[in-house]
Design a protein around this ligand. Sequence first.
Ligand code: ZN
Ligand code: ZN
Length: 202
Amino acid sequence: MRRIIGAKKPFELFKLVENTHTSTGVWACGKCGRLYEQQEQAAKCCEAPFCNECKQQYIEASYYALCPDCVKKRNELKEQARWDKMPLIEYENGPVVDNNGDYYSDLEEFIDHIICNDYDPDDRPGYVETCDTVKIGRDLNIDRIMDQIIEDMMEELEPDYNYKIQGEYELREAIQKFKTIQTEETWIPNRKKIKVCYNEPH
Ligand SMILES: [Zn+2]
Ligand SMILES: [Zn+2]
């Protein structure tokens, strides 16, 4: 990260009214004179980091050594790449998720949403991602649960303590029963996309 060293302090702009100084609420960078609404912004102006991508200086905070514009561009490219990578499939049925992460119980509901909200035809998403419908708790795994229990217990015990855990079989049965009688479902995006065709209502 490059910085210009030795920037002068920012100064506030005043207007002269009958020999009294009245603040304009505007601050100028002490080095280049660029104007800012806040003193801290003016102070950071010529000490601000340079974007690794477009080489412009930027004032707003950023984690990536990139200016906010370049961060935004990079995220858009990433999102585009994610969609490009998804195989295109024929829609049969089931829930879908759009590029905003909003879920719909089926494609028709999504299309209704777009048409009812008067999207500009150019802004209408061309694709949505399909989802698998899965029962909750399907990832419950007795071996992982037992590992966790033992790991937690070992933190408290002498290393050579000879333990014997009861009820593993009963827990296994209970988990199996929980999965079997479960009716609650959740939707999980499955990284496949379908093309959306909008048929205007007549
Ligand atoms: Zn400056
Ligand atoms: Zn940039």
